[in-house]
Design a protein around this ligand. Structure first.
Ligand code: CTP
Ligand code: CA
Length: 223
């Protein structure tokens, strides 16, 4: 870590970050989720605060301490995260979608515990709203929107098409097929793309990566 104090490049700006997984209920005791730890989003929140920003952190269920002076909103499901995100995005300068949002939710949440009466059970699911896409579609008070892309193949092509489809200003691609980086790891490597540029952020601790990414966002945001 640097011995020189970080310049408060984000002073006067509000940055809203989603982090962690979401949980989609099946019945009162069960849910569908994923292996996201929330570490990347929490690292971004901590560093954004250190760089002078006012920071909102919308967190799914994670086991992490709130970074100092960060305003945290806890949510459980994708629909809850969607509502909190759209509320806060409208008063934000930058929105970073770092959460691993569950793509689908069970159609029905059973009110009582489901019994194992059958040999086969099926859960029918509905697609969740796309949070970052809806934020990027805001017509008034639209923030600068940064997405992540978790891919296991054709990383650049899939990430760029995601950026285009969701109308994002920047996308950070994460090759989750490589072990020791990404999901539930302390380290990560990112390939960052924007409309007319790209940058490789090689394997590093998530807090070091967060510093690089927030300065890269700052450069692109201020062009
Ligand atoms: N995302 C979101 N809301 C969703 C799903 C994803 O805001 N319902 C965001 C993630 O936070 C991330 C980006 O969209 O910033 C890409 O997520 P990813 O799972 O890689 O892409 P999907 O659009 O869900 O497509 P797929 O999972 O099919 O690759
Ligand atoms: Ca997805």
């Amino acid at each position: 870590s640097s011995t020189i104090a970080a310049l408060p490049i984000w002073q006067g700006k509000t940055i809203t970050i989603t982090a962690g997984p979401t949980r989609e209920g099946i019945d009162p005791v069960r849910y569908i989720s994923n292996h996201s730890s929330g570490k990347m989003g929490f690292a971004l929140a901590q560093v954004a605060k250190q760089l002078g920003a006012k920071v909102n952190l919308i967190a799914g269920p994670v086991n992490l301490a709130t970074p100092a002076n960060v305003s945290r909103v806890d949510v459980v499901s994708a629909c809850e995260m969607h509502k909190a995100s759209l509320d806060l995005a409208k008063s934000s300068d930058v929105f970073i979608a770092c959460a691993a949002v569950a793509d689908y939710r069970p159609d029905n949440v059973a009110t009582q515990k489901i019994k194992k009466d059958n040999d086969v059970m099926q859960i029918t699911m509905t697609k969740n709203p796309d949070i970052v896409k809806d934020v990027a579609a805001l017509t008034a008070n639209r923030p600068f929107v940064v997405g992540f892309a978790a891919e296991t193949q054709d990383v650049e092509q899939y990430a760029k098409s995601k950026m285009q489809r969701k109308n994002l200003d920047m996308i950070c691609a994460n090759d989750v097929s490589v072990s020791g980086q990404g999901f539930n790891s302390d380290q990560n490597a990112l390939k960052v793309y924007w409309d007319d540029g790209s940058k490789d952020l090689p394997l590093d601790n998530k807090d070091a990566l967060a510093k690089h990414l927030l300065s890269l966002i700052h450069q692109t945001y201020n062009r």
